[in-house]
Design a protein around this ligand. Structure first.
Ligand SMILES: [Zn+2]
Length: 409
């Protein structure tokens, strides 16, 4: 991509209402823009990152054996009355009326919808287990949508749902999902802690959250250095000592980037999603659900991976692999830079090529702000040695590499 053609206008200052660093940097680098409170636009750079996160998540869901579905955002009120969540879910549903004055909900989560799908299809234990997932927009009527894309009212979310004949089978799959989640977050450049959590209005008896340590996080966890116990403060209350080994607990702020629930038979019982067991008895299906909010994950990455100058994208979710910059507009510099641009693309690299007629200072500042992991610079000075200058975004040192044998990982 030629930077002269890129639909992005970097800014020197952040939006006035921006409090968290992720929103400041993502807005300044023109990845995102607020439309109105808690509702955001993803511009080409931001959408590229979001899509890469989506691809990683989809790959790991498919690897678990899950199949993708596409479900309506407009929700049938009757289904929500069956579970009694039409009025009780927190945050409350966005509700609207159609032209016949019939009430409709905007989906904040899809347990009712998915349980309705499976109750008409599952007949016997031989139909179990199976797993469905969706990556779609969800809507939450938040009291205080703050923190840029850390907490929004409309956002892209992955939800996986699993259906089992018994609790044992669910527990086995639940542990597999935990592993898949660690892999997803690691591929996105995040190191996470899995903690015991409170289940809120999604319900079930057991749930776990995946937490990224960050001072700007809204959640607090208690961790035990000695035995590894970790829980959300909401789950355990303000206790001082570890419930497992009695050691002193440490309290840390963090961002929740994933939440998984052992739902048990909460939904299948009230919505009569049952199957016929091996002994011919009708039993409720045992369910789990597993969520990841994509924009929040993206914001969490920026919160922990940046410096004064801008974002530092981890390799797998960076909008581009390489930021190629030409300094000086001489015919030779131009010719060599264009050749490197084309050659790198041939090797499958996504390259952002700064072909603009701007000062070196301006180009370097934009490059640092946007945060692509590798920077290549071509100038008269580097060409004297038949080299390009290579710098990693997370390092200070630069090195010269021969153009002839240029290899970029
Ligand atoms: Zn302990």
């Amino acid at each position: 991509m030629l930077q002269s053609q890129l639909f992005a206008k970097t800014k020197k200052t952040a939006p006035k209402d921006a409090q968290v660093i992720s929103y400041k940097l993502l807005a300044r680098a023109d990845f995102i823009e607020q439309s109105f409170s808690g509702v955001y636009r993803f511009l080409p750079l931001g959408f590229k990152v979001l899509k890469k996160i989506e691809d990683i998540i989809r790959e790991e869901m498919v690897a678990l054996g899950a199949q993708e579905v596409y479900l309506p955002a407009l929700q049938n009120k009757n289904l929500w009355l069956e579970t009694n969540r039409w009025k009780t879910i927190d945050p409350p549903l966005f509700k609207l009326e159609d032209r016949h004055q019939k009430e409709i909900g905007l989906g904040s989560t899809h347990e009712e919808e998915i349980t309705d799908i499976i109750r008409h299809r599952i007949k016997s234990y031989q139909d179990l287990p199976f797993f469905l997932f969706q990556i779609q927009n969800k809507f939450r009527n938040e009291m205080r949508p703050t923190g840029g894309i850390l907490r929004t009212r409309e956002f892209l979310m992955k939800d996986l749902y699993s259906f089992h004949a018994d609790e044992n089978d669910l527990v086995k799959f639940y542990e597999k999902v935990k592993k898949a989640y660690f892999k997803i977050f690691q591929r996105c450049g995040l190191s996470v802690i899995c903690v015991e959590a409170s289940s809120g209005t999604i319900g079930g008896e057991l749930s776990h959250e995946f937490m990224v340590l960050s001072l700007c996080g809204e959640d607090e966890i208690l961790t035990c250095k000695k035995c590894g116990f970790a829980a959300n403060v909401e789950k355990t209350g303000e206790i001082k000592n570890c419930p497992k080994c009695k050691s002193k607990l440490e309290k840390k702020s963090c961002i929740e980037v994933g939440h998984i629930f052992n739902l048990g038979t909460k939904y299948s019982q009230v919505m009569k999603a049952v199957y016929i067991g091996q002994k011919g008895k009708s039993q409720p299906i045992v369910m789990g659900c597993y969520g990841i909010g994509l924009p929040r994950l993206m914001a969490a990455v920026v919160e922990i991976s940046h410096d004064k100058a801008g974002i530092i994208w981890p390799k797998e979710i960076s909008p581009f692999d390489v930021h190629l910059i030409k300094i000086e507009d001489t015919p030779k510099v131009k010719r060599v830079a264009e050749k490197i641009y084309k050659d790198l693309q041939k090797t499958g690299k996504e390259v952002l090529y700064d072909d603009r007629d701007r000062s070196p200072g301006e180009k370097f500042a934009d490059c640092d702000l946007i945060g692509i992991p590798q920077r290549l610079v071509v100038s008269e000075r580097t060409l004297e040695k038949e080299c390009v200058e290579v710098k990693k975004r997370n390092e200070i040192k630069t090195k010269l590499l021969k153009i002839k044998s240029l290899k970029i990982d």
